[in-house]
Write a protein that binds this ligand. Structure first.
Ligand SMILES: Nc1ncnc2c1ncn2[C@@H]1O[C@H](COP(=O)(O)OP(=O)(O)OP(=O)(O)O)[C@@H](O)[C@H]1O
Length: 355
């Protein structure tokens, strides 16, 4: 096993023995974005609550990384921390290297130039980010005004192109409509159009399809996938649904209790997950269960922020746990060139040697 370097000087993408991980499919490829030992706690001092704990990962250009885990595992906090949106709630530590500059050290003003322009974010509920009082056309053109040098006529033309691109029928005629005049799926498309206006290099998508019905969900996922491929845009896709990640992502990072527990290419995580939590998640996907047999459900519930165990967070729910698991937190170690794992007792999904 090789240990990820947590030393900022040696850099992510290098192993403890100093070898550079140049394979783009490695568990921590050299990235457009490199997150190193990112921790976020709510509040300050002794009463602070650690929400995410030394999270490290990288996203390379054009890659779609799925951040997967149950509710409360820290996925949204990780995304929001990348854009500096959690600082006001407490403390953010670690490095968020974006084109070699650490976003965690930038002023809010400097960050604002990157937010929405180089890195855009879309949320689960479009109405929380769309302004109900402004027409959709105005919301797109305002974004274009803020992030491009296009003149008024060009902005309008581009807004129509963007609505067209995300599959809004009769795009030109819909510019003057307000968000409430669109269905849920269409509002999600509008929000994607606004996010794409600045042609971001990285899209942070926080459960972008959870609130939608299955058919629309598939359309939006296909759209994000196609846009990423066409524009060479990287995406971090937060989802609690391993099935969604399987369809969309190149690599998957599984999160539990504020830490990453397994990271690797989608085929490795889906064919032979080694972390008991990843295995449990995979068994809970309906497609992986034979017809008429009961859907697996992980025993217990994830711990809240205030009562996370001192050892491995998953230990209380893990059938493979040993006394060591309740005492020590396993680090994320590279188990192969492409996969990293944080577990003292990795299981083998394929041989059935798992929970
Ligand atoms: N403003 C806040 N103050 C205190 N705790 C918070 C706050 N926002 C989130 N948390 C807690 O931080 C933890 C991580 O939340 P986060 O939203 O990142 O989870 P998640 O994995 O994205 O799950 P979900 O899909 O439910 O949003 C949760 O336990 C949550 O209750």
């Amino acid at each position: 096993m090789r240990h990820y370097s947590s030393d900022p000087a040696t850099g992510a993408g290098q192993t403890q023995n100093g070898a550079a991980a140049t394979d783009p499919e490695s568990a921590n490829p050299p990235g457009l974005l490199e997150v190193r030992n990112l921790s976020m706690s709510f509040g300050h001092g002794q009463s602070s609550l650690l929400a995410i704990d030394k999270v490290s990962f990288a996203v390379k250009p054009g890659e779609i990384l799925g951040l997967v885990g149950e509710s409360g595992s820290g996925k949204s906090i990780t995304l929001r921390s990348i854009l500096g949106l959690t600082k006001r709630y407490g403390q953010v530590e670690g490095e968020i290297l974006w084109k070699k500059q650490d976003l965690n050290t930038l002023t809010n003003r400097a960050l604002q130039k990157i937010r929405g322009r180089e890195i855009a974010m879309i949320f689960q509920e479009p109405m929380s980010s769309l302004n109900p009082l402004l027409t959709v056309g105005l919301q797109i053109t305002e974004n274009l005004k803020a992030h491009t040098k296009l003149d008024r006529t060009e902005r309008k033309k581009k807004a129509i192109e963007l609505l067209d691109l995300v599959g809004i029928p009769s795009a030109a005629a819909r510019l003057g409509d307000y968000p409430h005049q669109f269905s849920g799926g269409m509002r999600q498309r509008v929000m994607i159009a606004i996010a794409l206006a600045s042609e971001p290099e990285l899209l942070l998508a926080d459960e972008p399809t959870t609130a939608l019905d299955v058919t629309i969900q598939q359309q939006i996922l296909d759209l994000i996938l196609a846009l990423s491929r066409e524009m060479g845009m990287s995406v971090i896709m937060v989802t609690h649904d391993l099935g969604v990640a399987a369809q969309t992502c190149d690599r998957i990072a599984v999160m539990y209790g504020g830490r990453l527990v397994e990271v690797g290419p989608v085929r490795n995580i889906l064919r032979n997950p080694r972390h008991p939590y990843s295995i449990g998640l995979l068994r809970s996907v309906p497609e992986n269960v034979p017809p008429r047999s009961e859907l697996y459900s992980l025993p217990g519930i994830p711990p809240g922020l205030g009562n996370r165990p001192s050892g491995c967070c998953f230990a209380p729910r893990c059938l493979a746990a040993t006394p060591r698991c309740s005492e020590e937190k396993p680090d994320l170690l590279q188990t192969s060139e492409k996969v990293a794992l944080a577990c003292f007792n990795p299981q083998n999904f394929l041989s059935g040697n798992s929970q």
